[in-house]
Design a protein around this ligand. Structure first.
Ligand SMILES: Cc1cc2nc3c(=O)[nH]c(=O)nc-3n(C[C@H](O)[C@H](O)[C@H](O)COP(=O)(O)OP(=O)(O)OC[C@H]3O[C@@H](n4cnc5c(N)ncnc54)[C@H](O)[C@@H]3O)c2cc1C
Ligand code: SF4
Ligand code: SF4
Length: 407
C-alpha cells in the first residue's frame, strides 16, 4: 500500500532517522540550542544544549538537508540525470603548484583564489584540517589566496562548513562558499529566509560527491598504522598528485602513505553516512559550479597532472569560470556532454535512478523523508523493487537509526 511521505518534524527526528549529514547549520542558526559534536562513530551531529523546541528550530528545519532538497540551477541546458547547466568541460588550475597540491586539478581552489584576487569576494567560507586534530576538519574563513591554496584538497570525513555561516554573514562583506552539494542546497534554502545571502554570497562552489565517510574510516587507518589520533600532525586524504596518496605524519617523525586504491579499493569499508546513501543531489544542482573527477568508470588509471570536470550551473557560475580563464587562473580543456558524465560517474547515475524507490521503502517503513523539488527523482525512477525493499528493511532493522548525541 502506498504511504504518503512525511518530513521530519524536529532536529532530533532528522538525526535519529539518519537524515543528518552534519552540515553545521543547526549550530549557526541556534548556537544556544545546538552544538556540533563528534559522535563515537565519528559523525558530526548537533547535540542539544537545551530541551528540544521544534518551534524555535523552524528556521533550521526549513533549510536542513534532512528535511528538504531542491535544485536551483537555472542554466540553459538540461539533462534528465545531470540537471540544468550552462557548460560541461575539462579545466585545471593554471598554477602548477596549485594543480599539484589540490585534490584533482585545483579548479575549486583556483576559483576561490580568483574571487579574492579580483576583489569579488573578501573571504571564502570552506573547510580544512583542524590544526589541533588534523584527522578532523573544521570550518574556516580564508582571507587570502595563499590561505585558500594551503587548504586545498578533499577531506573525505565529516565537515560542518555551515556552522560558520552566521559568522560569515555577520562580517557583512562579499564572500563565497566552497562546500558539499548538500551544503549548497541548505544555503539556497536558507536564502529564502535570509536576504543577506542574496546580497553577500557571490558564489557557491561544490565538489561532485560520492559520499562522506564517518571519521571511523580514518580511525581504522590509524589503527592499522599503530598511530593514535593525538600523535598525528598531518592527515591528508589525497592531493599532491592526482589522485595522490593519503599521507599521515606523526609528532615523532614517522610518515605513512597509502595509494588511493589501497584506501578506497574495498567499497565495503567506506563507512559512508546514511544521508549520503539517501542523497537526492550529490552533483551540485544548487551550486553555481560543480567540480568533479573525470576518471573512466570513476577509477583512477594511475597518477596524472590533474584534470577536473567542471559543470557550470548558473549564469553566475558561467561568468566566474570565464573571468577566471581570462585572468589566467584557470585553463580550459575539451568540452564534455552529459553522456561523458555517465561514463565518469556511473555511481551518480544509478543513485539518481534508485532514489525514488529508496524513499518509497522508507515511507513504507513509517520513516520520515526529505521533501524534494526539481531533482527529477520520480521521472528517473527505475522502479527497482529490491532497492525499495532494501531501504524498507534497513530502516526497520535499525541500520539507519542514530542517537542524538549529548554535548
Ligand atoms: C567527501 C567527498 C566525496 C567525493 N566524491 C567524489 C565522487 O564521487 N566523484 C567525483 O568526481 N568527485 C568526488 N569528490 C570530489 C573530488 O575529490 C574533488 O574535490 C573535486 O574533483 C574538486 O577537485 P579540486 O582539485 O578542484 O579541489 P581543490 O582545489 O583541492 O579544493 C577542494 C575544496 O573543497 C573543500 N573541501 C574539501 N573537502 C571537503 C568536505 N568534506 N566538505 C566540504 N568542503 C570540502 C576544501 O576546503 C577546498 O576548498 C569528492 C570529494 C569529497 C570531499
Ligand atoms: S543536516 Fe545540518 S541542519 Fe540538518 S540536523 Fe544535521 S546539522 Fe542540523
Ligand atoms: S553524498 Fe550527498 S549528503 Fe553525502 S556528503 Fe555528498 S552531497 Fe552531502
Amino acid at each position: 500500500m502506498a504511504t504518503s511521505p512525511r518530513q521530519p518534524a524536529s532536529v532530533g527526528e532528522v538525526v535519529e532517522h539518519g537524515l543528518c549529514i552534519g552540515c553545521g547549520l543547526c549550530e549557526a542558526l541556534g548556537p544556544d540550542r545546538w552544538k556540533m559534536t563528534m559522535t563515537e562513530e565519528g559523525r558530526l551531529r548537533p547535540a542539544p544544549l537545551s530541551d528540544e523546541n521544534p518551534a524555535a528550530d523552524a528556521a533550521i528545519l526549513a533549510a536542513c538537508p534532512g528535511v528538504t532538497a531542491e535544485a536551483t540551477a537555472d542554466g540553459p541546458e538540461h539533462d534528465e540525470v545531470w540537471g540544468r547547466y550552462a557548460h560541461m568541460g575539462e579545466a585545471w588550475a593554471d598554477d602548477p603548484e596549485i594543480r599539484f597540491r589540490a585534490a584533482t586539478g585545483g579548479v575549486l581552489t583556483a576559483l576561490g583564489m580568483h574571487l579574492l584576487k579580483s576583489g569579488k569576494a573578501r573571504f571564502i567560507l570552506h573547510c580544512a584540517a583542524d590544526p589541533a586534530h588534523p584527522v578532523r576538519s573544521r570550518w574556516v574563513m580564508s582571507e587570502t589566496p595563499e590561505e585558500v591554496a594551503l587548504r586545498a584538497g578533499s577531506r573525505y570525513g565529516p565537515s560542518d562548513t555551515l556552522a560558520g555561516l552566521e559568522a560569515a554573514l555577520t562580517r557583512n562583506e562579499p564572500f563565497a562558499i566552497i562546500a558539499k552539494p548538500c551544503d549548497a542546497g541548505a544555503v539556497r534554502a536558507r536564502a529564502k529566509a535570509d536576504p543577506r545571502l542574496d546580497d553577500l554570497l557571490v558564489a557557491v562552489l561544490v565538489m561532485v560527491c560520492g559520499g562522506a565517510s564517518d571519521l571511523g574510516k580514518s580511525w581504522l587507518l590509524l589503527d592499522e598504522l599503530g598511530v593514535t589520533e593525538d600523535d598525528v600532525t598531518l592527515f591528508r586524504y589525497r592531493g599532491f598528485g592526482n589522485p595522490g596518496r593519503a599521507r599521515v605524519e606523526t609528532r615523532d617523525g614517522r610518515a605513512y602513505e597509502r595509494t588511493y586504491d589501497e584506501l578506497w579499493g574495498d567499497e565495503a569499508g567506506w563507512r559512508i553516512q546514511t544521508r549520503c546513501k539517501l542523497c537526492p543531489d550529490a552533483i551540485g544542482e544548487a551550486a553555481d559550479i560543480a567540480a568533479a573527477d573525470i576518471w573512466p568508470g570513476a577509477q583512477p588509471e594511475g597518477e596524472d597532472a590533474g584534470f577536473n570536470g567542471v559543470i557550470t550551473r548558473t549564469s553566475t557560475g558561467q561568468r566566474l569560470m570565464q573571468a577566471a580563464v581570462e585572468a589566467g587562473d584557470l585553463v580550459r580543456g575539451k568540452d564534455h556532454t552529459p553522456r561523458d558524465y555517465d561514463h565518469f560517474q556511473p555511481h551518480q547515475v544509478s543513485k539518481k535512478r534508485a532514489m525514488a524507490a529508496r524513499l518509497r521503502g522508507l515511507s513504507r517503513a513509517g520513516w520520515p523523508v526529505y521533501a524534494h523539488k526539481g531533482l527529477r527523482l520520480d521521472a528517473l525512477d527505475a522502479g527497482d523493487e529490491a532497492e525499495e525493499q532494501g531501504a524498507h528493511d534497513r530502516a526497520l532493522s535499525g541500520r539507519f537509526s542514530e542517537k542524538l548525541p549529548r554535548p
